[in-house]
Write a protein that binds this ligand. Structure first.
Ligand SMILES: Cc1cc2nc3c(=O)[nH]c(=O)nc-3n(C[C@H](O)[C@H](O)[C@H](O)COP(=O)(O)OP(=O)(O)OC[C@H]3O[C@@H](n4cnc5c(N)ncnc54)[C@H](O)[C@@H]3O)c2cc1C
Length: 398
């Protein structure tokens, strides 16, 4: 048996960030990752926002800055041009390994190829887990378990505390060499040629390297995103035709919950963070920045709770913090998303027309789900376009 204060399951951005801040507070911290290396299997497209990356102190060398946003629907092709880069596409493997280095430097122990098998409970409290590791089957006895296992929520599910996600997105993506692409522009493609419940994307990492992918939402769609992606590339649908020679170098595949957050993310001896807790922005299903931020808060509050036996009560500050930050945004995004999931090709064309009428700042607030009530009220009352006023009033109507 191995004893520790905090055991973290999952070496994604949430788990690695929790390991960093827990170890920084001198908690004996162990992180288990089932894959052979951190970020071995990439399950994300890595788009994020420069101001968030700066706030979270992710060095600039780990991302490609993006200035312009192009959106293609069946008969529209719109580009919103910015003066300065606001978005970015992460070098996902390098960023996650950097997060691992930060955690290790603070004293966290990281165990790769270590997969959770079962959960140990004592007197209705989570008390540890059993995992297969390169050193054999080990029982980890810990005061707090942080479930950062992503879509699987493996610890909470094995403990019978949470259900499987009913609504979720599945994405398939090739990271490719291509002859030439504008590295400052990312592209979203909507309409049933690209996805029957979701969208497709082209996210550049450099002038000759891009991620091309598509996602579908369950239960709305039964289609296979891999088949869809192959057909988009093989039939050279716009704007794939502009990229000329495209050669896949990596394949990425992943699942993301898409029904809002879990109602409860703290229990006696257990805390959920990142996708395991459903903390991503459901509008475009982006969650890396939230996973890093809430991971750090989870590790810190988790370490503080050691003095109080890691009871649910002692973890409340964590749940209060993240709910205050994102709950209302998640609700607004779900409303826009349910509108999007019902759209046919003509309504997508109309939606893209509305987006074209937004300023770049309005578009970024919209896509980041970053509206405050006062901003929304102003837009509903004063936006020069009636259709845009209508869209903002849907978001406002809580
Ligand atoms: C196709 C796709 C594209 C996306 N694109 C974007 C994007 O562009 N921008 C963005 O911000 N977000 C994006 N997301 C969402 C983003 O990837 C997640 O919100 C984010 O990765 C959540 O981080 P996490 O640490 O909670 O979970 P994860 O990154 O999923 O990490 C969980 C870790 O737990 C490990 N694990 C799982 N089970 C076990 C087990 N039994 N034992 C031990 N370890 C285990 C996994 O191997 C994994 O390393 C995308 C998601 C998908 C599916």
């Amino acid at each position: 048996m191995t004893k520790c204060d905090i055991l973290i399951v999952g070496g994604g951005p949430a788990g690695l960030s929790a390991a960093y801040s827990a170890a920084r507070k001198n908690a004996r911290t162990i992180l288990l990752e089932k894959d052979d290396s951190i970020a071995q299997n990439i399950r994300t497209s890595g788009v994020s926002w420069i101001d968030d990356m700066k706030r979270l102190e992710i060095p600039e060398k780990y991302y490609n800055p993006i200035k312009n946003f192009r959106i293609i629907s069946p008969s529209k092709d719109v580009i919103l041009r910015g003066n300065t880069p606001k978005s970015c596409v992460l070098d996902v493997r390098a960023t996650y390994q950097y997060l691992a280095t930060l955690a290790a430097r603070e004293g966290a122990e990281i165990s790769v190829r270590s997969e959770v098998q079962s959960v140990i409970s004592r007197s209705n409290k989570i008390a540890g887990i059993v995992a297969n590791t390169p050193k054999g089957k080990i029982e980890f006895d810990s005061k707090l378990v942080i479930d950062a296992s992503g879509f699987n929520s493996i610890v909470a599910r094995r403990a019978g505390i949470v259900h499987n996600w009913k609504r979720y997105g599945i994405g398939a993506e090739y990271e490719c060499y291509c002859d030439d692409i504008d590295p400052e522009t990312w592209i979203l493609m909507v309409g049933d040629r690209y996805s029957d419940a979701g969208y497709a994307w082209i996210f550049p990492i450099s002038k000759q390297r891009v991620r091309i992918g598509t996602g579908v939402g369950r239960p709305e769609s039964n289609s296979d995103p891999i088949e869809k992606l192959n057909s988009i590339i093989e039939s050279k649908l716009k704007p794939i035709d502009e990229l000329r020679n495209i050669q896949p170098i990596e394949f990425h595949y992943g699942f993301i919950p898409n029904e809002g957050s879990r109602k409860a993310t703290i229990f006696d001896g257990l805390l959920l963070v990142g996708d395991s807790a459903g903390q991503a922005n459901p509008l475009v299903l982006e969650g890396i920045r939230f996973a890093i931020e809430f991971g750090r808060v989870a590790g810190e509050i988790g370490a503080n709770s050691l003095l109080k036996d890691c009871t649910r009560e002692s973890l409340q500050e964590y749940e209060k913090f993240w709910k205050q930050r994102v709950s209302s945004r998640i609700k607004s995004s779900l409303k826009v998303q349910s509108r999007w999931l019902k759209m046919n090709n003509e309504s997508w064309d109309r939606e893209v027309e509305i987006i074209q009428q937004m300023t770049i700042e309005e578009f970024l607030d919209f896509i980041k789900a970053q509206f405050t009530t006062s901003k929304l009220v102003k837009l509903v009352l004063t936006h020069p376009r009636a259709t845009a006023r209508q869209l903002f009033s849907i978001i406002l109507d809580k």
